[in-house]
Ligand binder design. Structure first.
Ligand SMILES: C[S@@+](CC[C@H](N)C(=O)[O-])C[C@H]1O[C@@H](n2cnc3c(N)ncnc32)[C@H](O)[C@@H]1O
Length: 202
């Protein structure tokens, strides 16, 4: 377990919902609902956080959810209890998954690969527990390829990485580097906020 990352997110937990902002959540919810509507079979959700995403889950699913921060998951408890399905949440580091190879049909995640310390390593770890042909579904904010946003996001990361996410990650490239086949990238705001659908090659 990466105790440094855990401590960082435990510290962020009490103010996370306020920092995430209700406006942003409302804006992105339809896109998250669309992404999560693909949930089917044995599902792993990486980085449940305080559970803000649960509102966008389709009902009736059985979901294994993990997060490195026990304090984030403690905040998620009422949202887990309100979900009309089953969410089994546990503290776990994506870099050290305690699941057998090929355990899951699908992996979902939201605003996570801006945060995990070794994104390609984390994505490879998820690939190990995905069944061949299984889908990876991501809602992410990433760095931009366009100026001046590219420079602005590099500069912002120097500050934001101290208490939360990096703003300049090349997540689509990271997904490819981790051995997935990218099926679809849907840019929702510039080339910064996006959904990514990828598959573990069979
Ligand atoms: C920006 S928050 C997103 C939380 C939630 N998905 C949302 O959108 O509200 C990033 C989350 O990633 C989790 N996280 C960071 N590094 C992790 C790791 N190595 N393994 C598992 N979870 C991690 C943090 O604890 C935090 O809850």
């Amino acid at each position: 377990m990466d105790m440094r990352t855990q401590a960082k997110w435990d510290k962020a937990a009490p103010n996370f919902d306020f920092m995430a902002g209700r406006g942003a959540e409302n804006r992105w919810r339809p896109f998250k609902q669309d992404l999560f509507s693909h949930m089917d079979g044995n599902i792993l959700f990486l980085a449940l956080g305080t559970g803000l995403d649960i509102d966008a889950f389709p009902p009736g699913k059985t979901i294994t959810a993990i997060d490195i921060s026990p304090k984030m998951l403690a905040q998620a408890k009422p949202r887990i209890a309100a979900y009309k399905g089953t969410i089994q949440a546990q503290v776990m580091d994506v870099h050290d998954l305690e699941f057998a190879d090929a355990s899951f049909d699908q992996v979902f995640t939201s605003c996570t690969f801006c945060s995990v310390p070794d994104p390609v390593g984390g994505l490879q770890s998820l690939r190990r527990v995905l069944k061949p042909g299984g889908g990876l579904y991501m809602f992410e904010h990433t760095g931009s390829r366009y100026y001046p946003f590219k420079i602005m996001m590099n500069l912002m990361t120097r500050l934001t990485a101290r208490f939360g996410p990096d703003m300049d990650r090349p997540t689509v490239d990271n997904v490819k580097a981790a051995g997935y086949r990218v099926l679809e990238v849907n840019n929702l705001f510039l080339d910064v906020v996006k959904t990514i659908k990828a598959v573990k090659p069979a």
